[in-house]
Design a protein around this ligand. Structure first.
Ligand SMILES: [Zn+2]
Ligand SMILES: [Zn+2]
Length: 199
């Protein structure tokens, strides 16, 4: 058994690969997000069939930016704001794989990893999802899906964020400049028209 509890990930073509360290149920949250933006992202990248479940959900693991390490290919990452909300979507430009979601800057250091790209044993270790976000956007039946509110998820993250501020970990991530906390790739922003075309 891996003592570091690595959750390994790779983009579809294998150019980008790495791991989330200490990926366990008590160090982060396994959730399924059904929001329109997560769905639109897979349409934008043309990968809805590979990522979304039958109810339009994306399986995610929310932990901390400082837990992310790349083994290769991080220069092939791009990022996009689908809307004027601060969520930044990171994807692989080599093969259009959606990979991570973060806040717009490193000031709020959460990291959400798309589990479809991760190793089965690592996903297994996360246990069943804590719940389902944005059930109002589910495509199909919501039967058997346990609701989870963003407020609950953010409360759980706040505890980790305070630790990252105290330890200085929030500045130790490959996604944001340690001094300015700005993203290492220049974010693209879709126009309202481009966004509309995805829904
Ligand atoms: Zn790739
Ligand atoms: Zn979402």
């Amino acid at each position: 058994m891996d003592a570091d509890n690595r959750l390994s990930f790779a983009c579809a073509c294998g150019t980008i690969a790495g791991a989330i360290h200490r990926a366990t149920p008590d160090q982060g949250d396994h959730v399924v997000c059904h929001c329109k933006d997560c769905q639109a992202l897979t349409v934008f990248l043309g990968v809805a069939d590979c990522i979304l479940d039958d109810a339009g959900g994306t399986a995610l693991y929310q932990s901390r930016c400082a837990r992310l390490e790349f083994e290769r290919g991080s220069e092939r990452l791009a990022c996009v704001h689908l809307t004027d909300k601060p969520t930044l979507r990171w994807y692989a430009i080599c093969c259009d794989t959606p990979m991570f979601n973060t806040y717009a800057t490193g000031r709020i250091p959460y990291l959400t990893t798309v589990l479809a790209n991760c190793d089965a044993a690592g996903c297994e270790r996360l246990g069943p999802p804590l719940g389902h976000l944005f059930l109002e956007d589910v495509t199909g039946s919501t039967e058997g899906l346990k609701p989870l509110s963003m407020a609950t998820l953010m409360r759980r993250f706040l505890v980790r964020m305070v630790k990252d501020y105290v330890s200085g970990d929030r500045r130790r991530t490959p996604l944001f400049d340690p001094k300015t906390l700005q993203p290492v790739a220049k974010p693209r922003r879709l126009t309202a028209e481009q966004r509309l075309a995805l829904s």
